[in-house]
Design a protein around this ligand. Structure first.
Ligand code: AMP
Ligand code: ZN
Length: 465
């Protein structure tokens, strides 16, 4: 079966194809850096990560761009409240976001362009929309003229008959009922203080939607393969991106629009505005392993809502521990007789794993395949010891799966030897009364998630969960 994705634009599962052979260019709407991101935001990031990793697994060369929205009402308000320049304020949260991404084992995008570093590109895009009659000025701001783009509404499947001619909306976020000409460029307003740019389209700042059109096309071209984000972005953000981009270039903007459903809390979307959120930092402070959080967020298919509960997080933590135990035991396998059944089990697992992900990236089924593999290998191991060569084959396949899932950190895969060497080093340091070094080794290991326990029988170690 070929790789297929559910495309919001066509409202069906479609066989995947690329604009350039062997290459995928994809864009995900990134965070607005006014605060720490919550784990709902990270559900979107992990979806993008799995998508990118699976495309790489399939042999595509992937160019992945995720923008950073570093100018909007919220960032401006935040910096004003703290009395610091906008860039200083947003840098703090951009850095925190990149740190969180790393903790969640999300592969970094090729580039994280910032809106404030691309004002010239946005200006050029607004100018071309003005030149082509798709935009107009009103009281210092510039609006996109929806009636000039007959395909408006094609992504969100909107009934355009309700559109009120000439109505305008200045806010970046609004509901379907408020569909109207939207702001491309916002004329300077007193409350923006020192945040403005003097451009040929006036003194002011860009609207949110134009940012993504300008930055995605700059790095990926006018016409590219995949645009992803949470379902809340279908309207108006992505609908507006299509209108701006296609009206300006006269070309199709993006082939595949992929959206992840929300992380929910008691029936409501997790969001800052509802106060029902946890940041990654909140959960790390409670002692959770970020990879258990990653597990939780990818274990449900991206087009299904996922209800966040601590019970669910505990279950994810336990499932992950089972996987770690399995890998640890495999490394200890010492049998010398190969089992002919292993090859068959592995081949089937690989086929099932790929079939699951080929089918619109069904991660929950792919995890199921991984655990079936665990069960079957354990069954064979119960019958007779697994040979070290068979164990090596199983580990290779588990690592291949993990190149997509990202649950076993590289450190942990090479860990055993390293940990043992460090423990020995610490024992000799203590013998030589170099307690500073001994403490340092304990601390370094702890940072890698390894807890040491000194017992009368010697130093024992385990992984922190
Ligand atoms: P924002 O910073 O609000 O613009 O959101 C950044 C990304 O996170 C976007 O792709 C949103 O669609 C996504 N997102 C926001 N809230 C949630 C949620 N509760 N569940 C899943 N994705 C979300
Ligand atoms: Zn965007």
């Amino acid at each position: 079966m070929a790789l297929r994705f559910y495309n919001t634009l066509t409202r069906k599962k479609e066989e995947f194809y690329t604009v350039h052979p062997g290459e995928v260019r994809m864009y995900t709407c990134g965070p607005t850096v006014y605060d720490f991101a919550h784990i709902g935001n990270f559900r979107a990031c992990i979806f993008g990560d799995i998508l990118r990793r699976y495309l790489e697994y399939k042999g595509y060369k992937v160019a992945y761009v995720m923008n950073i929205t570093d100018v909007d009402d919220r960032t401006i308000n935040g910096s004003q409240k703290q009395g610091i320049p906008l860039t200083e304020y947003t840098k703090r949260y951009k850095d925190a976001f990149l740190e969180d991404i790393k903790n969640l084992n999300i592969k970094p995008a090729n580039i994280y362009p910032e809106a404030t570093a691309h004002i010239a590109e946005m200006e050029a895009l607004v100018k071309s929309l003005l030149d082509r009659g798709h935009a107009y000025e009103n009281q210092g701001s510039i609006y996109f003229r929806i009636s000039s783009f007959p395909e408006y509404g094609k992504l969100s499947n909107m009934d355009m008959s309700r559109l009120k001619a000439g109505a305008r909306v200045a806010a970046d976020e609004y509901e379907k009922e408020e569909v109207a000409d939207f702001a491309l460029w916002k004329g300077w307003d007193e409350k923006d203080g020192r945040v403005f740019w003097e451009t040929e389209v006036g003194k002011g700042r860009p609207g949110w939607h134009i940012e993504c059109s300008a930055m995605s096309m700059k790095y990926l071209g006018k016409h590219f393969d995949i645009h992803a984000g949470g379902v809340d972005l279908v309207f108006p953000h992505h609908e507006n991106e299509i209108a701006q981009s296609e009206a300006a270039t006269g070309e199709k903007f993006v082939n595949f629009w992929l959206h992840n459903e929300h992380l929910m809390v008691e029936g409501r979307r997790m969001a800052k505005r509802y106060g029902n959120y946890y940041t990654l930092r909140d959960l790390l402070d409670k002692g959770y392993n970020p990879i258990a959080i990653r597990y939780l967020l990818l274990a449900t298919h991206h087009r299904q809502q996922l209800n966040f509960t601590f019970d669910g997080l505990e279950a994810a933590k336990n499932a992950l521990q089972r996987l770690y135990d399995f890998v640890d035991n495999l490394k200890l396998s010492k049998g010398d007789k190969d089992n002919p059944e292993i090859d068959e089990v592995l081949q089937r697992a690989k086929k099932d794993f790929e079939e699951a992900l080929d089918d619109d990236l069904n991660t929950s089924e792919a995890l199921g395949v991984m655990f079936t593999l665990v069960k079957e290998v354990n069954r064979l191991a119960d019958e007779k010891a697994i040979s070290s060569s068979d164990a090596g084959k199983v580990l290779t396949v588990v690592n291949e799966f993990d190149s997509v899932l990202g649950l076993l950190r590289r450190e942990e895969l090479i860990l055993d030897q390293e940990v043992k060497a460090l423990i020995e080093k610490r024992v000799s340091a203590r013998k030589e009364k170099d307690f500073a070094l001994a403490d340092q080794i304990r601390k370094d290991l702890e940072e890698k998630g390894i807890i040491l326990e000194d017992t009368p029988e010697g130093t024992k170690w385990k992984r922190k969960m």
